[in-house]
Design a protein around this ligand. Structure first.
Ligand code: KIV
Ligand code: ZN
Length: 507
């Protein structure tokens, strides 16, 4: 059996399914490139038949990313499979991932099909996908709640039809580690042609057990783990990539396995995904949380100073947490800025560097010290605004405890036209949002608004995170500035631009 675990990243597919996590095509490509740099084996780039936007994103990733396998998801339906192939055909290493529910619960209440019908469809659709490419994955959805004997039959049938990877999903996060490991062991013992396929697992985190279940499956012979950066995904999310990878690496003495992940790229990948999706990383999150390597207790600090191994099982540098906390300031030049960016894992084109450097200089004029977090923030904001249809050019408010809050805004529209308007509101942010609405004219509901500071200090960048809803879909927006009204306007423009891009892609 292989002594390497294949890391299948589904941040761009299952991760993006998380409510409010929608990404535009440029953000998807940026993340895909980062995943390539991280060294994942497979990138599941999307579900092409779910929307024209997803189709386009999978095609783009298939064209631009070379080292990993690029995978597209498809229901067990001819049109889905054809569309997955159409999106993938320029990929160096394409994989079609076909899924179909297998549990009696799903068959009875959702598909309204018999076990025989489902078995036949699974076999036929794998055979159809196989006409396009040799690399086929099949997932019997809700496998952890599927009758075992029936599951063995499906697995054997799809391998006969050409599946080279069979993924066992714990779709609803119901499994318990020992039980899930037993399921994997059962598959190895009871499926006669199992040696012709890689067994994969895909665990959801509804009971907080996604990583534990994945690792137990690996212990019992699974050799592909499906996971996402920061564990984002549908509902409570998926198994977290960084936790799975670091558990296998840190406990090599236990697993005797390895992955191809360049762990020093983990921190940067985590930051990028958080910035792009708008999902903050909880401070106590294993491996990438702000407190993951912070020792508060005096006894622990004493131990770590004497010998880190006393209380630290991972050297933070192994996961790419920047060793130096060097700060830049207004006298720092372009060269120092570029060097710091490189240390943080960014390599920008000359044009992008010039623009980012301008933003850095503006910030350095307002803020004494520009930290790594500020720089990460500048770059993420640059990426966010690069593909905007409407760009915020200027915002002015008048407010206070007397008088009516008033805002005037100026936007640059999709064709470069200058648009300006003003509005009154209940408060300054309300007035700004009303003025923007008058210019952009898309109805939506603001469902969440929060402000936090990126770093400490009274001159810190204030970061605004908002969520808006339109036609039942949530769009996240983020914006930052030392002035929180400007930050609020940027966040709103970011969310509105995502909404507009999604509507355009759906046409
Ligand atoms: O959770 C699940 O079952 C899935 C499948 C499509 C693999 O995401
Ligand atoms: Zn899933």
């Amino acid at each position: 059996m292989m002594d390497r675990v294949i890391i299948f990243d589904t941040t761009l597919r299952d991760g993006e399914q998380a409510a409010g996590g929608a990404l535009n095509i440029h953000e998807k490509l940026e993340i895909a490139k980062q995943l390539e740099d991280l060294g994942v084996d497979v990138i599941e780039a999307g579900f092409p038949s779910s929307s024209p936007g997803d189709f386009e994103a999978v095609s783009l990733v298939a064209r631009e990313v070379r080292a990993p396998v690029v995978c597209a998801l498809a229901r067990a339906h001819p049109d889905d499979i054809d569309s997955a192939w159409e999106a993938l055909k320029k990929a160096g290493q394409p994989r079609i991932h076909v899924f179909l529910s297998a549990s009696d619960i799903h068959l009875t209440y959702q598909l309204k099909k018999s076990r025989e019908q489902v078995l036949r469809t699974a076999r036929d659709m794998v055979a159809r996908a196989k006409r396009y490419t040799g690399d086929i994955e099949f997932s019997p959805m809700d496998a952890s709640r599927t009758d075992r004997e029936y599951l063995y039959q499906i697995v054997a049938a799809v391998i006969d039809a050409g599946a080279t990877t069979v993924n066992i999903p714990d779709t609803v996060g119901y499994a318990i580690p020992g039980e899930f490991g037993g399921l994997i062991e059962g598959i190895f013992k009871n499926v006669p042609n199992i040696s012709r396929a890689v067994i994969s697992v895909h665990c959801h985190n509804d009971l907080g057990l996604a990583v534990a279940n994945s690792l137990e499956a690996v212990r019992r012979g699974a050799r592909q783990v499906e996971c996402t950066v920061n564990g984002i995904g549908e509902r409570a999310g998926n198994a977290s990539l960084e936790e799975v990878v670091m558990a296998v690496k840190t406990r090599k003495d236990f697993f005797h396995l390895s992955t191809g992940v360049n762990t020093e790229r983990i921190y940067r990948s985590s930051r990028l995904v958080s910035e792009m999706t708008g999902f903050p990383v909880q401070p106590n999150k294993a491996i990438v949380g702000a407190n993951a390597f912070r020792h508060e207790s005096g006894i622990h600090q004493d131990g770590v100073i004497k010998m880190p191994i006393t209380y630290e099982i991972i050297d933070p540098r192994t996961v790419g947490i920047p060793a130096s906390s060097l700060v830049l300031g207004k006298l720092s030049g372009r060269h120092a800025f570029r060097e710091r960016l490189a240390e943080l894992g960014y390599s920008l084109s000359d044009d992008d560097l010039s623009h980012a450097f301008g933003v850095f200089k503006e910030l350095a004029d307002k803020k004494k010290e520009v930290t790594d977090r500020d720089i990460e923030f500048i770059i993420a904001q640059e990426l966010r605004t690069a593909s905007e249809a409407y760009h915020l050019d200027c915002v002015q408010v008048s407010c206070g405890d007397k008088g009516i809050p008033t805002a005037s805004v100026r936007l640059i529209g999709p064709d470069g036209q200058v648009l300006a308007d003003a509005a009154l509101g209940a408060g300054p942010v309300d007035a700004v949002y009303r003025a923007i609405n008058r210019l952009v004219g898309v109805s939506n509901l603001l469902t969440e608004f929060s402000v936090k500071s990126v770093t400490g200090g009274i001159d810190a960048i204030g970061e605004v995170l908002i969520r808006i809803e339109s036609d039942g879909v949530t769009y996240t927006g983020r914006g930052g500035d030392t002035d929180i009204i400007v930050a609020s306007a940027k966040a709103y423009m970011n969310a509105l631009n995502r909404l507009l891009a999604a509507k355009k892609a759906a046409k």
